[in-house]
Design a protein around this ligand. Structure first.
Ligand code: ACM
Length: 484
């Protein structure tokens, strides 16, 4: 999981893990040792039963795996490919009588899409570095390679900036429902980025603007417009200058066309670019219902140009496609439904028409914060929820937005908004097992004998023991025949 391009049993006897040894790439060997220890309790010694190498040949992130009774070879085209081969090996370990074995298989594998993401909203509820690291581990073992961090919203600003110290000093202390807030120091953020890199994940940071900025107004009231409370359909009513702990959306806006706002945008993205080694900076752009449309277009043109001028690729939610001045090459993140409205499809297409590509995050399929079942304690339902695992799996990226085919699609991302999500257990309860559907849609070929709901649900069930060993508190959805 996700299903490889090509995998077959060879008919040879299985490889016995008892007393086995590993050699080769030290990072991958350390990761395999940890995985085998977690799964079986056994320690791999030093030696050449299992050989892990990077040979520089093949597609980016690809690997080959060869298991026989006498040995295991994993060859990655690059370090990421080798890491993914190790993850596949981890999934193959099983119990046979009293021993742990790996069935004799040969696999050749490479990803379909270059961008395979998850998003964690750390604004509605703050999630500390340890929790973020745990989510990175969870995502990476499914061959996901991007962590999008939603670092600011009406409820709080979550990253320390030297240029704008008031953001964390006055706008980070609270969260939804009055929960404690928090923020990442620059050192925390660097640690997250480095930990993600060690799992071959790139961090895509987002400061959401010009809407979703009530918290900015606590720190810098001169650049915040008055809340437009008429747009709120859910949650409590915001008051300018007071922390917002409700879950309403769309009411806040920066003041557009003001030199102080322009300076703010330049400062925050310049510092974010300095802190971020990855190629993408996300500037939000969603649900700016409290922003005049002309001002919105002006803001999108400005923010995307600032980010492009910093040498980064701007990313924005699909509404930003409405702005004719969007910087060429900006990546769009589509969050409409699998059958989009005309406006959402038009806005998404606009990115491709301007030389950018699309990340697909259809809300009624892979918004992980939707309830998985009607009786789930956590989660929301606004995106046609509850969203079953079958629905999360049952969509095809090239069939969402007319005119946006394989070439125009950068990848797939499963967001987890955190209005109802306060702890790692809450994350597990909503993300699992649907995160596996996102991973397979992002990685595996679109067609093939095993790209079916029946195959997928069986393979999800087969991961239950591994996920249990990894201390993932997944809900045992009735859709899945869980292996015990
Ligand atoms: C979004 O769900 N507002 C991107």
């Amino acid at each position: 999981m996700p299903f490889p391009i090509d995998v077959a049993l060879t008919g040879d006897a299985p490889f016995a893990l008892s007393g086995a040894t590993v050699t080769g790439d030290p990072d991958a060997a350390g990761q395999l040792r940890a995985l085998v220890r977690t799964r079986t309790g056994a320690e791999l010694g030093a030696g050449d039963d299992i050989a892990l190498t990077v040979d520089g040949s093949g597609a980016a992130e690809s690997y080959r795996l060869d298991v026989s009774a006498t040995g295991i070879r994993i060859t990655g085209a690059d370090a990421a490919g080798l890491f993914y081969g190790v993850q596949t090996l981890g999934q193959l370990i099983r119990r046979e009588g009293d021993s742990w074995v790996v069935p004799a298989v040969r696999a050749v594998d490479a990803p379909r899409f270059a961008y395979r993401g998850v998003m964690l909203d750390v604004a509605r509820h703050f999630h500390d570095v340890a929790t973020v690291r745990a989510y990175i581990d969870r995502a990476a073992c499914l061959k996901l390679n991007v962590l999008h961090l939603h670092l600011s919203d009406d409820q709080g600003w979550r990253l320390e900036l030297r240029s704008r110290p008031e953001l964390t000093a006055t706008a980070s202390a609270t969260a939804v429902g009055g929960a404690a807030g928090g923020f990442y120091t620059q050192d925390d953020y660097r640690q997250i980025v480095a930990y993600a890199a060690s799992r071959h994940m790139t961090v895509v940071p987002e400061f959401d603007m010009p809407g979703h900025t009530h918290a900015v107004g606590l720190a810098y009231p001169e650049i915040a417009a008055a809340p437009v409370v008429e747009v709120i359909t859910e949650g409590s009513i915001p008051v300018a200058g007071e922390p917002y702990t409700g879950i309403g959306v769309g009411f806040s806006s920066l003041r557009i066309g003001d030199e102080a706002t322009d300076a703010f945008v330049r400062d925050v993205f310049t510092e974010l670019a300095d802190l971020t080694p990855g190629p993408w900076l996300h500037f939000g752009g969603d649900e700016s219902l409290g922003t005049d449309p002309e001002d919105f277009a002006r803001f999108v043109a400005q923010a995307s140009a600032v980010i492009a001028g910093l040498g980064k690729t701007p990313v924005a939610w699909h509404e930003a496609g409405a702005a004719s001045g969007l910087a060429p090459g900006t990546v769009g993140q589509f969050w409409g439904f699998v059958s989009p409205t005309d406006a959402a499809a038009r806005h998404a297409r606009a990115f491709a028409e301007r030389g950018g590509r699309l990340i697909l995050s259809p809300a009624d399929a892979i918004y992980l914060d939707m309830k998985p079942t009607a009786d789930s304690a956590l989660g929301l339902t606004w995106a046609n929820g509850p969203t079953s695992l079958a629905r999360a799996y049952g969509w095809e990226p090239t069939e969402v937005v007319d005119g946006v085919g394989e070439e125009a699609i950068l990848g797939v991302e499963a967001p987890l908004w955190t209005e109802t999500v306060a702890t790692l257990d809450d994350i597990d309860a909503l993300a699992f097992p649907r995160i596996a559907a996102a991973a397979e849609i992002a990685w595996s070929p679109a067609t093939g004998a095993e790209r079916s709901w029946e195959s997928f649900r069986g393979r999800v069930g087969g991961l239950g023991p591994l996920w249990t060993n990894l201390d993932i508190h997944f809900p045992a959805l009735e859709e899945v025949p869980w292996t015990t």
